[in-house]
Design a protein around this ligand. Structure first.
Ligand SMILES: [Zn+2]
Ligand SMILES: [Zn+2]
Length: 417
């Protein structure tokens, strides 16, 4: 027997249907806010992520799936969506053509980490990126959209945690303060963190080791290293959030494990605990760092598994569709032919699924039982007697009631099913 790889899963039809329905609603929210879709490849050059997400980050150093291709180029399965989108926008001159472009994407991402409930190695993300606006109200709008989409997902109650990482100058100052603090307890830190202390002290804040976490609890908060313009900006973001009724909680220990963030960062935490269900932030320097012209940007992404498949809105699949069931006299195929032709005719005229029984020659009762198992709501029965009379029986598989229809009235009646 074969099994799906650890940390991957099969999206079965009931779940796929919920996912599709959620996506339609989420995309409608986004399109009404001026977003357009973008799709980038699943594989990229590995160095794209070294430069943007950061070599010192856990995502790049520990979790990325990388492999040499047949020409020995080092490739990566994308661990996140932002860097590839920035790469694509620079490559296709999008920032010149549309300086304030708004994009959304949807697709699988890959990270080799320890699978947990709702966390997979191949996971689906829906994300958005807003380019070309530095304004504080854009941050608030972004958080508002995120909240609206999460409500559509039926995630249950959640809280947006917010922080400001300041500009690059603020971050450098904070890095020094943090390094000074950690230097005193250097011997107690894990090996990774001792390395991070040299290269990028901020990354120690992502460490999952218990001892490091404990030491860092007493670390100086980043807000004490924030410059006045960055502080003012953050206050403004909060003011606009209040205006739109976005509920948030300030968490001054929140840093995101990616190097490209500046100023506003956020995570959405479900009230019932667990990992973040969505996260994002501002990355005003990334486009420039990757070789594009200076373009401020903000974005977020969320993992659909956490949002959808553990959500409280788990619904029974609804019965729907019409099954065409037929029985011919021995040696004849008149009923089958009628049903077969009607199958395609109905599919052109109505939206509900229309399927033909696959139980050739089996008793009507047997075929109806199969239709019921397949979650069909109605059956249209073509028996030998009905064929003689030019009639069809419409049976409601839920209630068991049925009615005879003239073949000529059939389509009109079925439209109401
Ligand atoms: Zn600053
Ligand atoms: Zn550590």
């Amino acid at each position: 027997m074969y099994q799906a790889l650890r940390g991957t899963y099969d999206l079965l039809p009931d779940e796929a249907e919920r996912l599709r329905s959620f996506l339609n609603r989420a995309i409608s929210i986004l399109e009404r806010a001026g977003f357009r879709e973008i799709e980038t490849p699943i594989i990229e050059e590995a160095r794209l992520f070294d430069r943007s997400v950061g070599e010192g980050s856990d995502i790049v150093s520990k979790e990325m799936y990388t492999f040499p291709d047949r020409k020995n180029r080092l490739l990566a399965l994308r661990p996140e969506g932002t860097a590839p989108i920035v790469r694509a926008c620079i490559e296709h001159n999008i920032y010149y053509a549309n300086p304030s472009v708004r994009l959304y994407y949807f697709g699988p991402m890959f990270r080799y980490n320890r699978p947990q409930k709702g966390r997979y190695r191949q996971f689906l993300q829906l994300g958005v990126e807003i380019f070309g606006s530095e304004a504080a109200y854009t941050d608030a709008e972004c958080l508002y959209l995120l909240s609206e989409i999460l409500k559509e997902a039926g995630t249950g109650s959640f809280c947006v945690e917010l922080n400001s990482l300041g500009c690059r100058t603020c971050q450098d100052n904070y890095g020094k303060t943090l390094a000074e603090f950690l230097e005193k307890r250097k011997e107690e830190l894990c090996e990774d963190c001792r390395n991070r202390l040299q290269k990028n002290p901020l990354r120690t804040l992502d460490c999952k080791t218990l001892i490091c976490k404990e030491i860092l609890q007493d670390s100086p908060a980043i807000k004490n290293s924030i410059c006045i313009p960055c502080e003012e900006k953050f206050k403004e973001v909060l003011r606009y959030c209040d205006m739109l009724g976005v509920k948030y909680r300030i968490n001054d220990k929140l840093v995101r494990g990616l190097d490209y963030y500046t100023q506003t960062v956020f995570e959405v935490i479900a009230e019932d605990g667990g990992n973040a269900i969505a996260a994002g932030g501002r990355y005003d320097k990334l486009v420039e760092d990757m070789g594009g012209r200076p373009t401020p940007a903000i974005g977020f992404a969320f993992g659909l598994e956490r949002c959808l498949f553990n959500s409280v809105r788990a619904v029974e699949p609804k019965k729907k569709g019409i099954r065409l069931v037929y029985l011919d006299k021995p040696g004849e195929t008149r009923a089958l032919e009628k049903a077969f032709k009607l199958m395609v005719a109905l599919r052109r005229q109505i939206e509900t699924p229309v399927t033909l029984s696959s139980k050739e020659g089996k008793k009507i009762g047997n075929q109806l039982a199969m239709a019921d198992k397949d979650n069909c709501r109605f059956a249209l029965i073509f028996g030998p007697e009905e064929i003689e009379k030019g009639e069809v029986i419409l049976r409601d598989l839920d209630s068991g009631t049925q009615e005879s229809l003239k073949e000529t009235d059939l389509t009109e009646r079925v439209k109401k099913c």
